[in-house]
Design a binder for this molecule. Structure first.
Ligand code: ATP
Length: 306
């Protein structure tokens, strides 16, 4: 925890930095000089990434011992495949991504990448292997180029532009006053949620990690932006082991397997077609979401005709 000798004005500085858009959780830990909850094992080796297969084996987890969040969750993401996690709000979907990235350790069971327990490898090598597109990307107060390059600092100009293209953000950048050199973040140009997420996608494309975690934005995006982001995500996840944390269902239709999480357990699993045919929890979530989006469309049509 924060040492008491840290001068108060330094804490104020940190607070402001965080408020003003310092972002990345690791950078925050570094700045605070605070140890994250987990530390490398004394004999930790670098993760040896082969194909990048992910496995959760009977994982039990609680933030607070009185309230278990995961009560024995097992699934595999075969190398190169896409698995989507869905379920009611608060079911523990994002928690799964945090355990894979090892922000926390499970109280029981194992999280493995290519057969290696994430607790046995260095955090540096683990985080090098995983690309995270978080729910809400907060950008650095720097240029848009810097924010994308953060994925791989030695990327060439051409690679930078290709990544922006694939992430469907280059048209937007071209219209900015200083293009890639435009300052963004709290002290610069403020980007919308969808634009920020595409910057995060471009960053991840540059990083080119074998394992990808997409934690979808919870906030509603308009359907055009959603389609653009979806096509950017499809490009980046091609051929990579991908875990999609889906807060909306429209993005999971093509996943190789959908896992429905409820009350800390996997309630259903299968492809979209299988789960719909099954007529269970997923099917009813799907119906409800479709009704909601249809109602939204009708509302929009009414507004536009006014
Ligand atoms: P949503 O779809 O609403 O984002 P989710 O399924 O992703 O939900 P999680 O973010 O994994 O849910 O959270 C699962 C539960 O754990 C929630 O009830 C949440 O309040 C709780 N929780 C999340 N983070 C913490 C934390 N750092 N400390 C304590 N409880 C937490």
């Amino acid at each position: 925890l924060i040492q008491l000798s840290v001068p108060l004005n330094f804490i104020g500085f940190i607070y402001r930095e965080i408020r003003q858009g310092l972002t990345d959780i690791e950078a925050m830990f570094r700045l605070l000089g605070v140890k994250p909850e987990v530390v490398d094992a004394a004999d930790a080796n670098a993760l040896r990434v082969d194909a990048g297969a992910v496995e959760f084996r009977d994982v039990h987890f609680a933030y607070d011992p009185a309230r278990p969040i995961l009560k024995g969750v097992s699934f595999k993401v075969p190398a190169g495949k896409t698995i989507a996690i869905v379920g009611p709000s608060g079911a523990g979907k994002s928690t799964i991504s945090r355990l894979l990235y090892r922000f926390y350790d499970p109280q029981g069971g194992q999280v493995l990448i290519d057969g290696q327990d994430v607790r046995d490898v260095t955090q540096k090598s683990l985080r090098h292997a995983i690309g995270m597109v978080p729910q809400d990307t907060v950008l650095f107060n720097d240029t848009i180029a810097y924010n994308i390059r953060y994925g791989r600092v030695d990327a060439s100009e051409e690679e930078l532009e290709t990544a922006a293209d694939l992430a469907q953000i280059s048209g937007f950048i071209a219209r900015l006053p200083d293009g890639f050199d435009t300052m963004v973040g709290e002290r610069g140009l403020k980007l919308s949620g969808g634009e920020k997420q595409r910057v995060a996608i471009a960053r991840t494309i540059l990083k080119a990690p074998p394992v990808l975690v997409l934690d979808e934005a919870t906030s509603a995006l308009d359907s055009h932006t959603e389609r653009e982001i979806q096509s950017a995500l499809d490009k980046v996840s091609q051929g990579r082991t991908t875990l999609v944390i889906a807060h909306r269902l429209s993005t999971v239709v093509n996943a190789d397997e959908i896992i429905v999480l409820q009350d800390g357990l996997i309630a259903e699993r299968g492809t979209h077609a299988v789960l719909i045919a099954q007529g269970g929890l997923y099917a009813s979530m799907w119906d409800r979401q479709r009704e909601a989006s249809e109602a939204e469309e009708r509302l929009r049509a009414v507004r536009e005709s006014d």
